[in-house]
Design a protein around this ligand. Structure first.
Ligand SMILES: C[S@@+](CC[C@H](N)C(=O)[O-])C[C@H]1O[C@@H](n2cnc3c(N)ncnc32)[C@H](O)[C@@H]1O
Length: 240
């Protein structure tokens, strides 16, 4: 079966809601770059999935909308909102157009592990720029492009700790993991780190933050081989 975000929605939601140190880490490093108090701020969470980041933004007082093209994930996000209301609202939408989001309507756009799924990064960045207020900010994470390049693996066996084996770094474009338990069996758009930064600058953003946070103790406890490499690249940029 060819998987999609809709077809793995049950699995993905279960992963996060049963406790995923990696996803908690991804949420926390992104939120660390936003004000602790977001009361009065409008925020768009692009590629919200089942709403892990959207709910956290609402808890900080933001007026937040989560968008995602995967209908099943948006249904999970809405069900969580119904069960425990936070004020977050959700829409089915594509990050490449943001057709449901008015121009100049948000102060912040967050995109946690989602821009590596959009097929057209330039279109997504232009859509983000359109919906941001003047001086609004985009903060996003992606799987670290240098270490999570297509078909990266780990060394196996022996006494030494497992090491990342990476090739195909310049092979930009869509690829699908063969790992039946891997999230990227739903597909992933690989781009080089330089592509993210160059396109941001070309599409009207001033890059303010580039970070490669070390994995949290919780991530390393669950996946010891992750120690020593940053799982995610984090970028913050201001609309010029
Ligand atoms: C790894 S999940 C991240 C979800 C959520 N932000 C989180 O941290 O759990 C990637 C998300 O990107 C979404 N996505 C895929 N294509 C997209 C697009 N064109 N525009 C916006 N989001 C997209 C998927 O549906 C999925 O929810």
């Amino acid at each position: 079966m060819t998987e999609s975000w809709d077809s793995i929605a049950d699995w993905y939601t279960e992963q996060l809601r049963s406790g995923s140190p990696m996803h908690d880490f991804g949420r926390d490093i992104l939120l660390d770059r936003l004000p602790a108090d977001l009361r009065g701020a409008s925020v768009l969470d692009l590629g919200c999935g089942e709403g892990i980041i959207t709910r956290a933004l609402a808890a900080r007082g933001a007026s937040v909308t989560g968008i995602d093209p995967a209908v099943s994930l948006v249904e999970y996000a809405r069900a969580a909102e119904k069960f425990r209301p936070t004020g977050a609202v959700y829409a089915v939408d594509d990050g490449c157009t943001l057709a449901t989001v008015p121009t100049g309507s948000v102060a912040w756009v967050t995109a946690g592990l989602s821009l590596n799924n959009v097929p057209d990064l330039g279109a997504a960045l232009r859509a983000v720029r359109r919906v941001l207020e003047a001086d609004g900010r985009l903060v996003f994470t992606v799987p670290h492009p240098c270490f999570e390049a297509p078909h990266s693996t780990w060394t196996e066996g022996g006494e030494a700790p497992a090491r990342r084996v990476v090739g195909d770094y310049p092979a930009e474009g869509f690829w699908r993991s063969a790992n039946p338990r891997g999230v990227r069996r739903a597909g992933n758009q690989h781009r080089m780190l330089s592509t993210y930064l160059t396109m941001l600058i070309a599409d009207g953003f001033a890059v303010e933050v580039v970070d490669e946070p070390a994995p949290s103790p919780g991530v390393v406890a669950r996946q010891p081989h992750r120690a020593g490499l940053p799982p995610f690249l984090l970028v913050g940029a201001r609309r010029r």
